[in-house]
Design a protein around this ligand. Structure first.
Ligand code: ZN
Length: 305
């Protein structure tokens, strides 16, 4: 399978990763293209950039990072010639977790740094380094593209809200608080009624909830449901609509309440990881692999509050 470029509205494009890999987006402005997210390694980032520049006949003038995870930022280097805009917390997380820069960029090659930047800083708390389940995570970054990753930093940051005033539309970047991670922003176009949700939404895949603020994520999705939106671009999976956002939110609510009931009835963490199931969602890909980790993360999240 190959990634595909879809036109979702006039001057608005979605770049859909193959097999549920991370998505990206593009909005055409009079100054060039604003790209949204940078793919999971530079080879894909260059493909994405070449495809949108060929399709529109315009150059990329700016990149937005929706959040810090490497599958959305490891391709930043392919956009290092333009400003890169992100939330303050995204840049903070990169500084805190990628170590010292070598020159202008971060260069990372050790497994722990890379995999925690993909799945959250608490990954080894949920799946210890010597747990057999780590094999899946090692294979996840097994391609030579991941051996040594050179990452370009955001060059511009904001705290709450940023607006691009386009001739025929308004492009809003909003931070509503911790959700899928700490610095998630959503990008919406008021007139085109398109929203890029980053990893607030996984469509067609059971989500990884390792380092999320579950109640924050549920609240942010409820807020998305109040918007006048026709087309929703998830962080992973095909474009969809608000009905799918509601279904995803309901699934998270079901998970939270199942784990909450287990805690309240005195079930241990290990027993909850074994016993909590969401059979109505069992047909979603990665359900069997990720539910146990998500139950553990949710158990700790709810106990920690
Ligand atoms: Zn993510």
């Amino acid at each position: 399978m190959k990634p595909q470029l879809l036109t979702v509205a006039r001057d608005v494009y979605a770049w859909i990763g193959s097999g549920g890999d991370s998505n990206a987006g593009a909005v055409v402005t009079p100054h060039g293209i604003i790209a949204i997210d940078a793919q999971q390694y530079p080879r894909l980032a260059h493909k994405f950039r070449a495809a949108i520049e060929a399709e529109t006949g315009k150059p990329v003038c700016r990149l937005i990072n929706t959040h810090c995870h490497l599958d959305h930022t490891a391709g930043n280097i392919a956009f290092a010639d333009v400003p890169i805009l992100a939330h303050d917390k995204t840049l903070d997380a990169m500084h805190a977790n990628l170590g010292a820069k070598t020159g202008a960029y971060w260069t990372i090659s050790d497994y722990a740094t890379k995999i925690k930047m993909l799945f959250g800083q608490n990954l080894f708390d949920l799946v210890p380094q010597h747990d057999p389940a780590q094999a899946w995570f090692r294979s996840r970054i097994g391609l030579p593209d991941y051996d040594t990753i050179t990452i370009a930093s955001p060059t511009e940051t904001f705290a709450d809200h940023f607006t691009f005033h386009l001739p025929d539309d308004m492009m809003h970047l909003d931070y509503w608080g911790p959700a899928h991670c700490d610095g998630d922003i959503v990008v919406s176009l008021a007139k085109s009624k398109v929203i890029f949700l980053g990893d607030l939404l996984f469509h067609g895949r059971f989500p990884w909830l390792g380092d999320c603020d579950l109640s924050g994520l549920i609240d942010r999705l409820a807020r998305v449901l109040t918007l006048d939106i026709s087309i929703v671009i998830p962080g992973h999976g095909m474009p969809t609509d608000l009905a799918q956002v509601a279904r995803f939110r309901d699934m998270l609510v079901a998970l939270r309440s199942a784990v909450d009931s287990a805690i309240k009835s005195g079930v241990s963490e290990e027993a909850a990881v074994r016993e909590v199931k969401l059979p109505q969602y069992a047909d979603i890909p990665r359900y069997a692999d990720w539910l146990p980790h998500d139950v553990r993360a949710t158990y700790r999240y709810l106990r920690g509050r």
